[in-house]
Write a protein that binds this ligand. Structure first.
Ligand SMILES: Cc1cc2nc3c(=O)[nH]c(=O)nc-3n(C[C@H](O)[C@H](O)[C@H](O)COP(=O)(O)OP(=O)(O)OC[C@H]3O[C@@H](n4cnc5c(N)ncnc54)[C@H](O)[C@@H]3O)c2cc1C
Length: 571
């Protein structure tokens, strides 16, 4: 465990300064009538935008953000926007949350996002932390993944139950009076203009209602009707493979190893899950019928073949078709696609849901800054630019792992075995596999990142700031993000916290409430470890840019310009 001594945490006063004029115009058919409903909402503790005055009518109740769907992506977004005090309405077609056995693996970045929602403790209560993954072919280990690094402050692989996770997120929303959720409300259609979006929603009473918002977030899953209405196509659909997915309870195997059986006769996976439960997944072979595979006896036989008990208690069973595809773009006008609505990938890298969580983390603070007039709406364009490339990498990883696990053609499986057995004899490659370095670390090469040509900016701008445990001046140990707060933070390695930031004169730091954090001792987790370097970290913990004292004013001016006009800063 690495510990830092944080010797100064200075919270600059936050001014809700309007850095930009809100460029939105009122909807042509909306009036400024303020109805009883609107007055009720106004009493809630929310930040309101000036659009609300123009768009809210008794027939179009207004919210800054409307989210379609109440899956994990939407619930994450609701919690993050709630933290920022943004008024949000979530509309879900079903009567409650999903009870399907979908995601099982949560990565370290996902847990870090739970921390940003202040829900990591509640989530960790119900997960199995620190899982290894073994890839086996016959009697041979193709790879033993057992990562030791905690780059983001959490183990790289943990397992969880998606329904339980969603329930925790849903419960988290109750902390925010400005976030509401309506079940049995299906979005039927929407219309967007320069100034907002109007939605038509069917209700449990069988009538249609309209709602208005500044931005519409489509978290409506793989079959997203909103994506279709926007005319955004899905690309790269490479395979669709059916798998039988089984959850069992009262599992007495204490091991914390997920095993991928790369067996050409029947590729299969078993994953330990929290509360003595377990996930089993079996690939369907050509010609097999779904109804045969779903029979109790067949499931028990398959589980027994993997070493499980035939008397195991089955809690859920389903046949899923795994897809890989990516929306051409993640936004159009005032509508944004997030989660499965924007991307689908086979579950072999456990990145489907985590990618949706990252989408929400990326977009939430940008929406907050735009809605609170701290940044130009052009900032929102960087959401698609930044997330698209990273999701493409995760799809690549998921497909690559699928290619290792799924071959049923025996010569291909033999060739794979030979390659992996050889690679495992090379210590550096074995370590690469063990530490799960195959998974690309997120790095934004374009978007809201400043590459100013210096070697320091080339080295670290756009990467996610690693997170370690730190010691506060009061001697308390905590994770770094808990110190950084929810907004931008400026970091510096310095012995004297009183002096670390005195040279910074630009008032943008105060205007945006940027938190100044001085770190006393050098550590391998802190990027670059140079004492004269300032590191500006975004609210989603990605490094915006770096500068030295002599360039502080120029950097601040560029940052301000970037927020207001989004200048070209790509690598
Ligand atoms: C078998 C399996 C295993 C998986 N394993 C993993 C894993 O280990 N790790 C991982 O990270 N991911 C995994 N995934 C992927 C993960 O489950 C999904 O990526 C995740 O559920 C997507 O969440 P979402 O919120 O984007 O969409 P969804 O969970 O699909 O939610 C969309 C919601 O929108 C609602 N909706 C749709 N249309 C409308 C409308 N018009 N109006 C109102 N509501 C609407 C739907 O009812 C639904 O509730 C797995 C998936 C499967 C199938």
């Amino acid at each position: 465990m690495i510990s830092l001594a944080i010797t100064c945490v200075q919270l600059m006063p936050h001014y809700a300064l309007n850095l930009v004029q809100n460029q939105a115009r009122p909807l042509s058919h909306a009036t400024a009538f303020i109805g009883a409903w609107y007055r009720w909402r106004k009493r809630r503790i929310c930040h309101q935008t000036n659009l609300e005055l123009n768009m809210s009518t008794p027939s179009h109740p207004y919210f800054s953000i409307i989210i379609v769907g109440a899956g994990p992506t939407s619930l994450t977004m609701g919690n993050l926007l709630g933290t920022f005090g943004i008024d949000v309405l979530i509309l879900e077609r079903k009567a409650g949350l999903s009870d399907l056995p979908k995601a099982i693996a949560l990565d370290d970045e996902g847990l870090r996002i739970c921390q940003a929602m202040d829900l990591s403790h509640a989530v960790i209560e119900n997960i199995l932390l620190d899982i290894d993954a073994h890839y086996i072919s016959g009697k041979h280990y193709l790879a033993k993944v057992s990562p030791t690094s905690k780059r983001n402050g959490y183990p790289l692989i943990s397992t969880f139950h998606q329904p339980e996770f969603e329930a925790t997120l849903h419960h988290g929303l109750k902390r925010f009076p400005c976030v509401s959720i309506l079940f049995q409300h299906a979005v039927e259609t929407f219309e967007q203009s320069d100034s907002g979006v109007i939605l038509t929603v069917s209700t449990p009473e069988g009538i249609f209602k309209t709602f208005a918002c500044s931005y519409l977030l489509a978290c409506d899953g793989a079959k997203s009707a909103i994506r279709r209405q926007l005319g955004i196509s899905m690309r790269g659909l490479t395979f669709s493979q059916k798998w039988l997915v089984i959850d069992t309870i009262n599992d007495d195997d204490p091991s914390t190893v997920a095993t991928f059986f790369c067996n050409p006769d029947r590729p299969a996976v078993t994953v330990p899950a929290p509360h003595a439960s377990r996930r089993w997944e079996f690939m369907l072979l050509p010609g097999e019928k779904e109804e045969d595979l779903l029979r109790d006896q067949k499931i028990r036989t398959l589980i027994q073949q993997l070493g499980g008990s035939p008397d195991i208690q089955i809690s859920r069973r389903l046949i899923y078709t795994f897809h890989a595809s990516l929306a051409q773009t993640f936004s159009k006008g005032r509508v944004f696609l997030l989660g499965d609505a924007a991307h689908l990938m086979p579950p072999f890298s456990g990145q489907g849901m985590s990618s949706g969580l990252r989408d929400a983390h990326n977009l939430s603070w940008k929406l907050q800054m735009v809605l609170q007039s701290q940044a130009s709406p052009i900032l929102l364009d960087t959401y698609s630019q930044e997330r698209h490339e990273h999701v493409a990498q995760m799809i690549w990883l998921s497909k690559f792992l699928g290619k290792i696990i799924m071959p049923t053609f025996k010569p291909a499986a033999l060739l794979r075995d030979g390659v992996f057995l050889t690679l495992n004899t090379i210590p550096s490659i074995r370590e690469y596999l063990t530490e799960a370095r195959l998974k690309p670390q997120p790095r934004y090469k374009k978007g809201f990142v400043l590459f100013d040509g210096t070697k320091e900016s080339k080295a670290i701008a756009g990467i996610m700031l690693p997170q370690s445990e730190v010691k506060t001046p009061e001697g308390k140990m905590t994770l770094l993000d808990n110190i950084l707060g929810t907004g931008f933070a400026l970091l510096r390695l310095h012995d004297n916290p009183e002096e670390a930031f005195v040279s910074l004169k630009a008032n943008i730091w105060q205007h945006l409430g940027v938190r100044f954090v001085s770190i006393e001792n050098e550590t391998d987790i802190f990027p670059l470890n140079q004492r004269d370097l300032f590191i500006l970290v975004r609210p989603d913990r990605f490094i915006y840019g770096v500068f030295r004292e002599e360039h502080a004013d120029a950097f601040a001016a560029t940052f301000r310009k970037h927020l207001l006009h989004l200048i070209h800063t790509q690598k």
